[in-house]
Design a protein around this ligand. Structure first.
Ligand SMILES: [Mn+2]
Length: 272
């Protein structure tokens, strides 16, 4: 028995930024991950389906169907699944509280961990305008911060009407190579501040494709990462402690026979 053939059981699993419908989505890794990880509650923290990519160019290989089937099967078997939409699947934001196939849609949620700690769970794109204009806003103060979040919502709605793709934080941060690290830090600070305003102990988000668990002042900041590059998930154990799972790393070092990916492709990835 190896790591990959033992099913692990958790209280809660959080995953985000799968981007189903984009060629970059690692559905092969995700299917294996879902096969070997069970939880009472599974929270999908946004950008699960890449609606913008699909609108431009329909791309839906079997792997995407397999992921959806796997999630629906988990729901049928009793896993509570909550779907918090992100900017790439914002079409779902019109359906808060709706259940489809046993999956409930929520704009954001408060997750109470087994140890009683409370976490605000959201995707995180609502802070894009704030992060982009952080210096100006720090100068203008609190009202400007609130206004920036409101502007972000309006801008997203206008762009949607004009059929323009949603502005992508991660794509933008990558372009600003030298400053990207600062932007990640600023995003983390802004999201932690939102948690503070909600009187919770921590925040669990996605959006910037950068998995981490750290303390920002008095707030626990947890980011689920993505299934485009890093293939990460956040798991809550039965006692309320959290673990960052880097599935790609585990899968690549574990029993390779358990994985469906062709051998040559995997060696390429190990070399990269
Ligand atoms: Mn996003």
């Amino acid at each position: 028995m190896t790591v990959t053939t033992e099913t692990r059981h958790f209280r809660t699993l959080f995953i985000s930024d799968i981007h189903l419908g984009s060629k970059a989505a690692r559905t092969d890794f995700l299917l294996d991950f879902l096969r070997y990880h069970e939880a009472e509650t599974l929270v999908l923290v946004g950008d699960i389906v890449d609606g913008w990519r699909l609108k431009r160019n329909w791309y839906w290989p079997q792997g995407c169907n397999d992921v959806v089937q796997k999630l629906l099967r988990k729901a049928r078997k009793g896993t509570r699944i909550v779907y918090i939409p992100g900017n790439h699947d914002e079409f779902l934001r019109s359906f808060p509280g709706v259940h489809f196939g046993g999956i409930e849609v929520a704009e954001r949620m408060i997750h109470e961990a087994a140890d009683g700690k409370r976490y605000l769970v959201l995707h995180g794109d609502e802070f894009d305008v704030v992060v982009r204009n952080i210096r100006l806003l720090a100068y203008l103060g609190d009202w400007a911060y609130d206004a920036a979040i409101a502007i972000n919502v309006v801008l997203a709605a206008i762009r949607r009407k004009l059929h323009l793709p949603y502005w992508s934080f991660s794509a933008w941060a990558k372009l600003q190579v030298k400053q990207a690290i600062n932007f990640i830090g600023e995003f983390q600070n802004v999201v932690a501040e939102e948690a503070r305003r909600n009187n919770v102990d921590g925040v669990i988000c996605g959006h910037i494709h950068h998995a981490t668990m750290e303390d920002i002042g008095d707030i626990r900041y947890i980011n689920t990462g993505d299934w485009v590059e890093s293939c990460t998930a956040i798991a809550e154990h039965i006692d309320g402690t959290f673990e960052l799972i880097s599935w790609q790393k585990i899968a690549l070092t574990a029993d390779i026979k358990a994985l469906p990916m062709p051998k040559d492709k995997r060696e390429d990835m190990q070399a990269a």
